[in-house]
Design a protein around this ligand. Structure first.
Ligand SMILES: Nc1ncnc2c1ncn2[C@@H]1O[C@H](COP(=O)(O)OP(=O)(O)O)[C@@H](O)[C@H]1O
Ligand SMILES: [Mg+2]
Length: 167
């Protein structure tokens, strides 16, 4: 693994209340503004909490051509959008057994290459195998249209991203 483990911080977690999909989309757009490439974002939360929705909003905020559909990588496990303003990799590791499979999926190549934004659903068990991560987003369903997003920085970069969310 080319990347060293990122510095870990423990801190209070900001929690963002998103009363409707537009609010979640706006939060993703704000996060996208702070991205410069190379970030690893981990998304956790029950089925339907909005992990894929958040990545779709992120892709849109990164100016991905709307003609390119961002769909859940449930079966392929990894979808790539090199056409976005920052190249975006979207993974869903729910069905991943062994961290070694990260290599087969090409995720390690993208980490080595650098510059890619990695958005990884169900990635928390694989943070170490990924060589660290920057941000852990925990999504929670609080109503039919309402979600809460707790954002935990896992690195110095992650802290900067969290700070940029509140600016
Ligand atoms: N406030 C909200 N934020 C995000 N998604 C929402 C919200 N309210 C309703 N939804 C809906 O919840 C669903 C989330 O599905 P999805 O993103 O596939 O979840 P996951 O990937 O976590 O399983 C989408 O159909 C989305 O439109
Ligand atoms: Mg999903």
């Amino acid at each position: 693994m080319a990347l060293g483990a990122r510095e870990r911080y423990t801190s209070g977690m900001p929690r963002y209340v998103c009363p409707d999909p537009a609010a979640t989309r706006a939060l993703a757009a704000r996060l996208a503004q702070g991205l410069r490439g190379g970030e690893v974002l981990i998304l956790e939360g029950d089925l339907g909490a909005g992990k894929t929705f958040f990545v779709q909003a992120l892709a849109a905020a990164l100016d991905l051509d709307p003609a390119i559909a961002v769909t859940s990588p449930t079966f392929a496990l990894v979808h790539e959008y090199p056409e976005a303003r920052l190249p975006l990799l979207h993974a869903d590791l729910y069905r991943l057994g062994d961290p070694d499979e990260l290599i087969e999926l090409g995720i390690e190549d993208r980490l080595d290459e650098g510059g890619w934004v990695l958005a990884v659903e169900w990635g928390e068990p694989f943070v170490e195998a990924l060589g660290g991560a920057d941000l852990l987003l925990r999504l929670e369903t609080t109503g039919p249209e309402a979600r809460a997003l707790a954002v935990e920085p896992l690195s110095a970069r992650g802290r900067a991203l969290v700070a940029s969310l509140d600016r």
